[in-house]
Ligand binder design. Structure first.
Ligand SMILES: CC(=O)Nc1ccn([C@@H]2O[C@H](CO)[C@@H](O)[C@H]2O)c(=O)n1
Length: 101
């Protein structure tokens, strides 16, 4: 089974179904629709759920919109700030849509 990590501060939103996408660089988006993936916290590698990948879609930072932000449970300004900190200067992102198993 593949693995993905999320920063621990997003665990509660993921488990509550409030965060249903993640935006990643290409090297962190090697998934396909239908994959079942183990999810753990980035900081301590503690497992916290399994997800099923619904879709992987290329998306440019420049075209991120409120719909993306809603799916991240953030404002668009917050989302752009978070991504700019994780992937400074990167425009080519991949949207990974998922559901909890
Ligand atoms: C090692 C590593 O890159 N881990 C990441 C990368 C991204 N993300 C989250 O995905 C969304 C869009 O980037 C935002 O909610 C991010 O905080 C995350 O939780 N953990």
């Amino acid at each position: 089974m593949k693995n993905i990590t999320f920063y621990g501060r997003f665990e509660a939103d993921i488990l509550a179904g409030r965060k249903t996408i993640t935006l990643r660089e290409a090297s962190d988006a090697d998934f396909a629709a239908g994959d079942q993936v183990r999810v753990s916290r980035y900081e301590d590698d503690v497992f916290f759920c399994n997800i099923e990948i619904i879709a992987i879609t290329p998306v440019q930072f420049a075209v991120l919109n409120d719909q993306h932000a809603i799916q991240e449970n953030m404002t668009l300004a917050e989302l752009k700030q978070v991504i700019s900190e994780i992937y400074p200067g990167l425009n080519e992102l991949f949207m990974i849509e998922f559901r909890l198993l």
